[in-house]
Design a protein around this ligand. Structure first.
Ligand SMILES: [Zn+2]
Length: 241
């Protein structure tokens, strides 16, 4: 069983037994990570890119318990990354991979800074998009709108057929009616078994429209609202409180 706790923005704690996987924890007002770490033997921290809403130094407080950090390459030159225990950091380029007997991590490109991650641990596959999304800003120039589309579609080609038990993907309300365009395309073209929405600025109560999921590919989804909220999920199952 996987237990997922919403931290904030794109921040999540994923617990697998006594293992904690922490993604893009920039703010954790409910103190979920600190509470969870008491019962954990392995702690992996992932940061998809250096933007303030994905990477914050407060995660340094968990350093003594952290097994490894997986940082996207763009963190390498930041001041903040220098204060972390360097021997525990694995920097990942785009389309990189790292593994040992405990964990496998693959990275993909983003349409913003940094990477997205595919993590395999104890038979589970977890995809965290970072800021990879179809960033269609309505007020933008025609050229930028086209660039955003092309960048997204180019990257989607690499993700076609991707298999994962759960995917964290942005549905950002600032994009208005295009908020879920990226997530929609992603769910249709991959084999993800469940979806958790994130980066939901201005759109905390998103619900998929009639044609969001392909008819033969309806999957369980969770739209987290409040920091500290959590759900459990079994393989191929629905999210449960
Ligand atoms: Zn962001």
């Amino acid at each position: 069983m996987l237990e997922i706790t919403y931290l904030f923005n794109s921040g999540f704690l994923v617990k697998l037994g006594r293992t904690a996987l922490i993604f893009d924890d920039y703010m954790d007002t409910a103190g979920s990570v600190e509470k969870a770490l008491q019962g954990c033997d392995e702690v992996y921290i992932f940061v998809s890119h250096a933007h303030f809403d994905h990477f914050d130094s407060h995660i340094l407080a968990y350093a003594s318990q952290t097994t490894k950090y997986f940082f996207s390459q763009d963190l390498h030159h930041t001041k903040r990354a220098k204060s972390f225990p360097q021997e525990k950091i694995i920097y990942l380029q785009k389309y990189d991979a790292w593994e040992n007997e405990d964990i496998q991590v693959q990275s993909f490109d983003s349409t913003d800074e940094g990477t997205s991650f595919l993590v395999s641990k104890n038979g589970w596959r977890i995809f965290h998009a970072g800021d990879f999304n179809w960033w269609h800003w309505k007020g933008d120039t025609e050229e930028n709108i086209k660039l955003a589309r092309n960048g997204f579609m180019k990257q989607m080609k690499k993700l076609d057929g991707l298999e994962a038990d759960v995917a964290f993907f942005p549905v950002d309300g600032r994009l208005e009616e295009f908020a879920d365009a990226g997530a929609r395309e992603f769910c249709r073209r991959t084999q993800v078994k469940s979806l958790v929405t994130m980066h939901s600025t201005g759109f905390p109560q998103w619900q998929p429209g009639e044609d969001f999921f392909a008819a033969d590919k309806k999957i369980p989804f969770w739209v987290p609202l409040t920091p500290g909220e959590s759900r459990k999920i079994e393989k191929g199952g629905e999210f449960k409180e």
